[in-house]
Design a protein around this ligand. Structure first.
Ligand SMILES: Nc1nc2c(c(=O)[nH]1)N[C@H]1C(S)=C(S)[C@@H](COP(=O)(O)OP(=O)(O)OC[C@H]3O[C@@H](n4cnc5c(=O)[nH]c(N)nc54)[C@H](O)[C@@H]3O)O[C@H]1N2
Ligand SMILES: Nc1nc2c(c(=O)[nH]1)N[C@H]1C(S)=C(S)[C@@H](COP(=O)(O)OP(=O)(O)OC[C@H]3O[C@@H](n4cnc5c(=O)[nH]c(N)nc54)[C@H](O)[C@@H]3O)O[C@H]1N2
Ligand code: SF4
Ligand SMILES: [Mo]
Length: 731
């Protein structure tokens, strides 16, 4: 018996003959999946697949990775360089020489008039490592501004700062394989199944083979929380209280690893003293997790043979971000869970190459984790680059979140944005807009010419995207992986690498320096700078071919490792020696001070923000791929049905969301995922959540607390709101 049509035409999938497979690494999240791009007879990419032999993803890709090849010819791509004198005039298309000459001229004129630091550069975590290194050489060695940072300040800065405070150096000490050995996993403020889907799949596989307790700490009932054994719906911003209460229980019940503490750490007395004030009886009232559960979780964690913590933005994007990271490290250290299989403190990175920029971009110092504050380091790099060491500042300059206020106060007059879209991604958009208006000169270098920030640009540089370039990424487990260029750059766009090299030629210092024209030579230069010196970041044994053969190699990877056919180093600090002067890790006592904007009678809801699986950041890429954008083309919020009923708001209604900074009209999706006093809004949409956010800064990392502020909701005319949102839906 047939229903519907009796004569069915079978679905035909057109064959896509592949002439060659090109090796590549996904350019979205930091999981670092290896991709093979299938090139057709016309030289175009016709299909892609996850690399079956890559340890990271073992053939898998998530929805973003599998459709990533559709980006190459997506709408809005930058075709040619654009210039204009003032932002109220239309752009004129110009040659690369003209765009670069004009921009270099403006940079120099601003610096001559207002000082070298009056021109700032803000980059990203999404370029290739060789590009980061070259940009660092250009900015620190030629342009010479100290106001140079990246969007990683919105993202990983607290993890970097916490690692440095605890272990004396940045660098996640664990690896994905730790899932296969751990006996207890705590996930702090991470929604792994949506934000790192293939990594979540690795975790799920490990738990299917051998069950171990999984505890998810998140104020929302995320997909991750739903699959956890224990979900701790913490009061926003109070993770450090919960951690202190766990430490209280661990010390109170003698569950610590006294031997490890004595041999490998400093600061135990202060830590013991500080956590005395966090008896779970008292702490439960602050963090919203009841006393018994705190004790239970502390025991599970401390008694397991190997325990690990992973975390992402629920910790980093907080006024206590850096302290939260130190306290996660404290939990690991006092229980001896560092450097052993399944026992670690692993920050899950965000962007595909946020690690590469941390290692090599010179944003927070000099290449290879060198410090501007260290005269020897300045001298080493000065010699390697052939620059006068006095040209380098002896202290690191402003972070991205301080650069923008410095535009407001007139200290900074010019800005070069590389692969970041701050008009949508920074907190308090209204204020950012005012800041951008004040710039004498703005260069935007982006794959797309329709990104919001271009509205304020004087110059637009069209960049080649991902697999139109060649170079490396480093993922969350320190694995360096390669992208071979599969295609030529679109229209007149150019690889960022080429743009930096061309810009360098226009600065006097470059005459005595070398800017190699291919990324492999740059990689060799980085290798030389990574050798020995006692730092963990050693890539001297890697080559492009070896990386491709191994489908990614984890640093440290020395020449001796290469000769011994090693596959890289899965873990750091295996011997309990840290990167501090005496080789011991620091236990950092952390006190909680409640300095957030919290809900009150006027603004009764917490506003939480973050991501969904189908979109990436400001949607410049995923918003253009129909099969991705269709899942959530409209800005929406998660709202609890009980709260909605009280306000007379229905599913699918538009509401005006108001904070002390601004307002945004957002569609309501009713769900029990959020508690009645919270709304969650994905941050992917322009003119949406970041019109509302406050973005208080962490004192150490300068990272904004995107996850906490207070809002109220108002009903609005549904017809007007629908019209407004229709305009915003599509690019
Ligand atoms: N699909 C997709 N994947 C991505 C990205 C993307 O845009 N889209 N971006 C990449 C990047 S750059 C990053 S940084 C990562 C981010 O990855 P995640 O950090 O996993 O993602 P978020 O949704 O920003 O935040 C995670 C969770 O933090 C919770 N949270 C909020 N406040 C608190 C709190 O006070 N305490 C705790 N414990 N949790 C809290 C939120 O409810 C949210 O569920 O994702 C990467 N992967
Ligand atoms: N409210 C709220 N705000 C947040 C967050 C949050 O959770 N909540 N998360 C924060 C975090 S963790 C992050 S990482 C930031 C991200 O914020 P942004 O960095 O502003 O976001 P993206 O959309 O990734 O911007 C990257 C830009 O680079 C372009 N691009 C891509 N590839 C290339 C390339 O190869 N070359 C060049 N030149 N351009 C390229 C893209 O088109 C895009 O315009 O947002 C932050 N903002
Ligand atoms: S999990 Fe991350 S790296 Fe892997 S395909 Fe998805 S977006 Fe790309
Ligand atoms: Mo991020």
């Amino acid at each position: 018996m047939f229903f519907g049509r009796t004569k069915r035409n079978p679905v035909r999938i057109p064959s896509k003959p592949v002439v060659e497979w090109k090796y590549s690494t996904c350019n979205y999240c930091s999981t670092g999946c290896a991709i093979e791009l299938g090139i057709g007879s016309d030289g175009k990419v016709v299909t892609s697949r996850g690399h079956a032999e890559a340890d990271v993803n073992r053939g898998k890709l998530c929805i973003k990775g599998i459709l990533e090849q559709e980006l190459f010819e997506s709408p809005g791509r930058g075709i040619e360089p654009l210039l204009r004198d003032t932002t109220d005039r239309p752009f004129a298309a110009v040659s690369w020489d003209k765009a670069l000459d004009a921009s270099a001229g403006k940079i120099k004129a601003i610096q001559e008039k207002y000082g070298r630091d009056s021109f700032a550069v803000v980059s990203t975590g999404q370029l290739l490592t060789e590009e980061f290194y070259t940009l660092g050489k250009l900015v620190r060695g030629c342009i010479g501004t100290n106001n140079y940072d990246g969007n990683t300040t919105l993202c990983m800065a607290s993890a970097v700062s916490g690692y440095k405070r605890s272990f004396g150096s940045d660098g996640p000490p664990g690896c994905y394989e730790d899932f296969e050995h751990t006996e207890c996993l705590m996930a702090w403020g991470s929604n792994l199944p949506e934000q790192h889907p293939v990594l979540y799949w690795r975790l799920k596989e490990a738990r299917e083979k051998r069950h171990f307790p999984m505890i998810v700490i998140d104020p929302r009932v995320t997909m991750f929380a739903q699959w956890a054994d224990i979900h701790l719906p913490i009061t926003p911003g109070t993770d450090t209280v919960l951690m202190n209460a766990m430490l209280y229980v661990i010390f109170d019940e003698g569950l610590e690893d006294a031997d490890y503490i004595a041999k490998h750490t400093n600061g135990i007395e202060q830590l013991r003293e500080t956590v005395k004030a966090y008896d779970p009886k008292i702490a439960q009232r602050q963090c919203g997790i009841d006393e018994d559960t705190i004790r239970n979780v502390a025991r599970l964690y401390a008694k397991a043979g190997a325990s690990m913590s992973i975390w992402t933005m629920g910790i980093n994007q907080s006024t206590h971000g850096s302290d939260g990271v130190c306290n996660i490290n404290n939990l690991s250290l006092v229980t001896g869970n560092i450097g052993k299989p399944g026992g670690t403190s692993l920050s899950i990175t965000g962007q595909c190459n946020a690690m590469g920029t941390r290692e090599w971009s010179s944003c927070s110092g000099l290449p290879g984790y060198r410090l501007l504050e260290n005269a020897e380091h300045r001298q080493e790099i000065a010699e390697a680059w052939n620059v006068d060491a006095d040209f380098f500042p002896p202290k690191v300059g402003l972070k991205q979140t301080d650069i923008f206020p410095a535009i407001e106060t007139g200290q900074i007059k010019g800005l070069w944005l590389v692969a970041t879209n701050p008009l949508t991604s920074m907190a308090n958009q209204g204020r950012i807009r005012k800041m951008m208006e004040k710039l004498d000169y703005l260069i935007v270098q982006d794959v797309y010419q329709d990104v919001e920030t271009v509205e304020y640009a004087h110059a637009y540089f069209p960049a080649a995207v991902w697999a139109e370039k060649q170079g490396c990424h480093t993922n969350s487990e320190r694995r360096v992986n390669l992208t071979r260029n599969a295609l030529d750059p679109f229209a007149q766009s150019k690889p960022d690498f080429w743009i930096f090299n061309q810009m360098a030629k226009r600065f006097d210092n470059a005459a005595n320096m070398s800017f190699p024209q291919d990324t492999e030579t740059v990689f060799d230069e980085m290798k030389r700078l990574s050798v020995g010196q006692g730092r963990t970041l050693d890539i001297s044994g890697m080559t492009y071919d070896r990386i491709e053969q191994a489908r990614g190699l984890q640093w440290p990877f020395t020449e001796a490792d290469a000769e011994n056919h090693q596959v890289g180093s899965p873990r750091l600090y295996v011997d309990g020696k840290f990167q501090t002067p005496d080789g011991r890790a620091n236990l950092i006592a952390v006190n909680f001070v409640n300095n957030n904007e919290v809900p009150d009678t006027e603004y009764p809801f917490w506003m939480n923000s973050g991501r969904v699986v189908e979109h990436f950041h400001t949607r410049t890429r995923t918003g253009k791929i129909g099969n991705i954008n269709k899942f959530s083309p409209t800005p929406y919020m998660e709202l609890n049905p009980d709260a909605a009923a009280e306000l007379g708001i229905g599913h699918g209604d538009y509401v005006r969301t108001i904070s002390r900074r601004g307002d945004a009209v957002v569609m309501v999706q009713l769900t029990q995922r959020v508690p009645p006093n919270m709304v969650f809004i994905p941050f992917h949409y322009h003119d949406c959540v970041n019109r509302l956010t406050l973005g208080l800064l962490d004192p150490y990392s300068r990272q904004p607390a995107f996850k906490q502020c207070a809002v109220r909701l108002e009903k609005v005319s549904q017809t007007l709101a629908a019209q407004l949102n229709l305009q915003r839906r599509a690019f």
